[in-house]
Design a protein around this ligand. Structure first.
Ligand SMILES: O=C(O)CCC(=O)C(=O)O
Ligand SMILES: [Fe+2]
Length: 276
């Protein structure tokens, strides 16, 4: 097995079969993931059960609240990119552009947010459809002192769909979940490194601040989410298994591939065993 760092974040792993690797090999993969925020294992041939078994090495697999996009036989699997066209032939943008509205972290609306998200690429378009990643550590490091001071010890309030109420992928009865609170500046539970935990598409406001200041600071934080060179652009190949750490990274789908082509992934949300 070879692990190739792609820069300050992102690593590509080749020469391993995730179905048969041993514990020591998984240990190296897990460490590369902690070191790189996001990793891609290339060239895998997996059935759903193989994908779930591998995913469970990282934590417990938790069904996504969007019920309409779950796999019919495996609720813990979300399928990205299917049923893109409505019966009348129009493109459903919620599905086609899922994850493309801005850099975000998955599951900030959960009491215990997802530790990781993992995707397995089943079909890849001829052009476009990349995924962009950036680092929550770098975002924190570059925040100006006045923002660090204002945010230290404060929580954000988060909800699926955020201030725009972008919740069309949820069933109607699931749209009124209570907002949850998370500290905006925190240490990563495994690496100990300090990071900015933030998602402008899910945050409602910053506790203890008035609406105007909260909105202003949210706009300011947004500007720090992508810090070149701490970014990685993933160009998908069929058979890729990509896992990102939602605790210390942000990501965004390009949302730009030819809609008539397939771009299909199995996707799981993973929580820490201790937390679930
Ligand atoms: O399809 C992608 O590239 C990523 C979509 C996304 O944001 C997610 O699956 O959480
Ligand atoms: Fe996402």
């Amino acid at each position: 097995m070879e692990i190739r760092r792609m820069g300050p974040i992102g690593a590509e792993i080749v020469g391993v079969d995730l179905k048969t690797m041993d514990e020591a090999t998984f240990g190296r993969i897990y460490q590369a993931w902690l070191d790189s925020n996001v990793i891609c294992v290339r060239d895998q041939e997996l059935e759903i059960d193989d994908f779930l078994t591998y995913s469970r090495r990282f934590g417990s697999v938790s069904p996504h609240p969007s019920k309409s996009t779950r796999h019919p036989d495996y609720p813990e699997i979300t399928v990205l990119g299917i049923n893109k066209f409505r019966p009348d032939g129009t493109l459903n943008k919620e599905i086609y552009r899922r994850g493309a509205e801005g850099f975000h972290t998955d599951g900030a609306y959960e009491e215990v947010p997802y530790k990781a998200t993992q995707l397995y690429a089943l079909a890849i378009p001829s052009t476009g459809g990349d995924t962009f990643f950036s680092s929550g550590y770098a975002a924190y490091a570059e925040l100006p002192q006045h923002l660090k001071r204002r945010l230290e010890g404060r929580c954000g309030e988060f909800k699926y769909g955020g201030r725009r109420q972008a919740n069309l992928l949820l069933d109607e009865e699931d749209r009124n979940a209570k907002p949850v609170r998370h500290p905006l500046i925190r240490a990563h539970p495994e690496t100990g490194r300090t990071l900015l935990y933030f998602d402008c598409g899910k945050i409602l406001g910053i506790e203890g601040l008035g609406d105007a200041e909260s909105d202003t600071i949210i706009e300011e934080m947004k500007a720090y989410m992508v810090q070149p060179p701490c970014q990685y652009r993933h160009k998908w190949r069929k058979g890729d298994v990509v896992i990102w750490d939602n605790r210390c990274s942000y990501h965004k789908a390009a949302g730009d591939y030819p809609p008539e082509e397939d771009r299909i992934h199995w996707r799981v949300s993973i929580k820490d065993y201790a937390a679930s």
